[in-house]
Design a protein around this ligand. Structure first.
Ligand code: MTE
Ligand code: CO
Length: 421
């Protein structure tokens, strides 16, 4: 596997650049005499017939992209069934996460559900308890929406200082997918929610049988019972055949392998909303029901796993931003640790509760950089610094760390996770 951060490889690249002669500050182009232009013998792909259409009935990425994979952090993953891996954000562009690269978080491993045996039950405080097969679900009106899913624990290892070296590990518990699903409201209306039905309890069919309490207003607002991601069936890892989509709210509530929705008159206070997914404050009290994901952003390139491999001159900085409360109209970036802020260029669709892509093109003078990004969401909220968060929440928290991330980039282009205050 290619290690993109291997310093010897990077030295080779900068050396080659220097040997090739001076690169004009604003021109980026290959050099005359480059064998990749002149030497056809080094380009077998244009001399033989390639494999035909039968080679890959289900397409896979180029073998040259084999390093673009989900990765885990060994000391975070105690065993295989209660596991986490991370989206390689530094290898992606645009706003959509490819299905095979969506991070995974399982409390009881991946449930392999037989779609023929799949049933979704709605029971509790309803006029008519109902059970749907997958075929039944296909007869309800469906909608398409792109939403981010962020685990509340994303960036949770960074509360006490810079720790993990790469945006895949610090920020990769997020994916952004185009879902096709039925508005939950429509299914609840079929069952007829009783007037005292104020909460729902979605339950997963996996060995963890995950449950969370969700207020009825949210259930009737924008939740989806989803069965497609980016156009194709949900992947087993993401809850095949059906998962709950809870836009803008912490990932833990997006119950996978959804088998039952109970309607009740008060929250259940199950494990995932008491001992977990609450934020312990300095005074010993805990914040509960912190459902919405606050606005956040991160620079994905350059970053520790994606160093600058060229010398001074035109440089593209890019990253992603999102908010559980709306859209991201603006992201600011700094390359000098906050002395000067610049408005980044947003590019791509701006959907509510979805990932946004930003770029900042600049002329790198070869001196060290301190890179940060700061998201503004459509409610006017501005992403805080980590110190601002610590002042209010202390350092006992794991969840909901949306503080500004800093990368230090040295003269050689090597990037590192740091904090500045
Ligand atoms: N649903 C079930 N049934 N079982 C689980 O373990 N994990 C939750 C949530 N839904 C989980 C689940 C957590 S903590 C998160 S962050 C998201 O699913 C992760 O979704 P993903 O695996 O698609 O990334
Ligand atoms: Co989670």
């Amino acid at each position: 596997m290619t290690d993109r951060t291997d310093p010897s490889r990077r030295r080779f690249l900068t050396g080659a650049l220097a040997a090739g002669g001076a690169v004009a500050a604003t021109k980026v182009a290959a050099q005359a005499g480059d064998p990749a232009i002149t030497d056809i013998s080094q380009q077998p792909w244009s001399q033989y017939l390639g494999p035909g259409v039968d080679a890959a009935p289900y397409g896979v990425p180029s073998p040259h992209e084999a390093h673009v994979v989900r990765r885990n952090v060994e000391w975070l993953t105690a065993d295989t069934v209660s596991s986490i891996n991370f989206t390689p954000l530094h290898e992606l562009d645009g706003i959509i996460t490819p299905n095979g690269l969506c991070f995974e978080r399982h409390h009881g491993g991946v449930a392999e559900v037989d779609p023929g045996m799949y049933r979704l039950m709605i029971n509790g405080l309803v006029d008519t308890p109902l059970v749907f097969t997958l075929e039944d679900l296909m007869r309800f009106p469906r909608e398409n929406h792109a939403y981010f899913l962020e685990c509340a624990a994303n960036t949770g290892m960074e509360w006490r200082g810079a720790q993990l070296n790469g945006c895949q590990f610090t920020h990769g518990m997020i994916h952004n997918v185009m879902y096709t699903g039925i508005p939950l409201r429509i299914l609840l209306e079929q069952a007829g929610v009783k007037t005292n039905g104020k909460w729902i309890l979605p339950e997963g069919a996996d060995a963890a049988g995950m449950t969370r309490s969700i207020p009825m207003e949210k259930a009737l607002d924008d939740c989806l019972v989803a069965f497609k991601m980016n156009g194709e069936a949900l992947r087993p890892e993401q809850g095949y055949p059906v998962r709950l989509v809870v836009p803008g709210w912490e990932g833990n509530m997006w119950v996978k392998w959804l088998r039952r929705i109970e309607v009740g008159d008060e929250p259940w206070h199950h494990r995932e909303e008491t001992s977990k997914y609450t934020d312990l404050l300095e005074n010993g009290q805990a914040r509960r029901f912190t459902w919405e994901m606050d606005a956040k952003s991160v620079i994905t390139n350059p970053s520790p796993q994606a160093p600058l491999t060229h010398g001074p001159g035109p440089t593209v900085l890019t990253g992603v931003a999102w908010s559980g409360r709306g859209t991201i109209p603006r992201v600011d970036v700094t390359i000098d640790g906050g002395k000067n802020w610049h408005m980044a260029r947003m590019s791509g669709p701006s959907f509510t509760k979805s990932m946004h892509r930003f770029y900042f093109e600049f002329e790198w003078d070869g001196s060290p950089l301190l890179l940060q990004s700061r998201a503004h969401d459509s409610t006017g909220y501005v992403q805080p610094t980590k110190d601002m968060l610590r002042e209010i929440r202390g350092e006992n928290s794991i969840y909901h760390n949306n503080g500004i991330q800093t990368w230090y980039v040295n003269e050689q282009g090597v990037a590192e996770n740091v904090e500045i205050s």
